[in-house]
Design a binder for this molecule. Structure first.
Ligand SMILES: [Zn+2]
Length: 265
């Protein structure tokens, strides 16, 4: 039995759950991966509703009961009416002006940072995102700032076992021992880099330009918990690597005016 959305559109349950589905979809953008029909399919089917129309992405889903799988509801196919957003820029364009993603995208993502502590703070968020959503990081960013002494590199480098225990008990941040230890270790490494290069930013500037592969190698040699994706996001979000915004994005020109480092490459 195939149920199509047209017949069920007046269903109040569908209408009730629709904003929740959209919210979860927006959540999946948080990792800044491409939104694909599979994401839509996944969220559509966990919603446990017979059918719904994902108008926002122009997708219509069709569900039916599976005769072989305990009569569970399965998605049989989806019919794209128009392309879902494939970039972070496109995805946030459909979000509310006061959403955390919009604020981050419009005012921070890709803009060069000049303050060492702010650079360190961004690195902290990128490290902590590993395996989690960027939405979560944006929600917790002020908690991170508070827990890690306003991202003061010198203070974090001096964190004791007591501080570590405090952080591991702080539900406002991510209580992951490896991540917490990496952040403290990295603060100590940055203190060394500051001695040699004058500042964390000068160390980055002195190594610029590099390819992502070369940067990743350098970061892995220098810091802890810095895989390719973390390094890429950190450098893209701070303007050392291009690609934060697509050319048609209204923020693209704003970023250019701030002269991100990648412009010199
Ligand atoms: Zn953009």
């Amino acid at each position: 039995m195939v149920l199509d959305t047209e017949r069920n559109e007046s269903n109040t349950e569908v209408r009730k759950v629709f904003p929740l589905i959209i919210k979860s979809l927006c959540g999946s953008v948080s990792s800044r991966r491409t939104l694909c029909p599979k994401d839509v399919q996944q969220y559509g089917s966990v919603a446990l509703y017979r059918s719904l129309r994902l108008e926002k992405w122009g997708l219509t889903q069709f569900f039916q009961y599976s005769p072989t799988n305990n009569q569970q509801l399965i998605t049989t196919h989806h019919k794209p009416l128009m392309q879902p957003p494939t970039t972070y820029c496109d995805a946030v364009a459909g979000m509310e002006a006061d959403s955390l993603h919009r604020i981050y995208h419009d005012t921070a993502y890709g803009f060069p940072l000049h303050d060492d502590n702010e650079l360190f703070g961004r690195l902290i968020l990128e490290i902590n995102q590993a395996g989690l959503s960027w939405t979560l990081m944006l929600k917790k960013q002020e908690n991170f700032r508070k827990a890690f002494s306003q991202f003061d590199i010198e203070k974090v480098a001096a964190f004791t076992e007591e501080d570590k225990a405090r952080l591991l008990n702080d539900a406002g941040i991510i209580r992951n021992r490896l991540k917490i230890e990496a952040v403290i270790h990295n603060a100590r490494k940055i203190m060394e880099l500051k001695q040699e290069h004058g500042s964390f930013k000068a160390w980055l500037d002195n190594h610029h330009p590099k390819s992502l592969g070369e940067w990743t190698k350098l970061f892995r040699k220098t810091f802890r918990f810095v895989g390719g994706e973390i390094v890429n996001e950190f450098l893209m979000s701070t303007g050392y690597l291009p690609g934060a915004h697509v050319e048609g994005c209204p923020v693209y020109e704003k970023v250019l005016r701030q002269k991100p480092a990648w412009l010199d490459t």
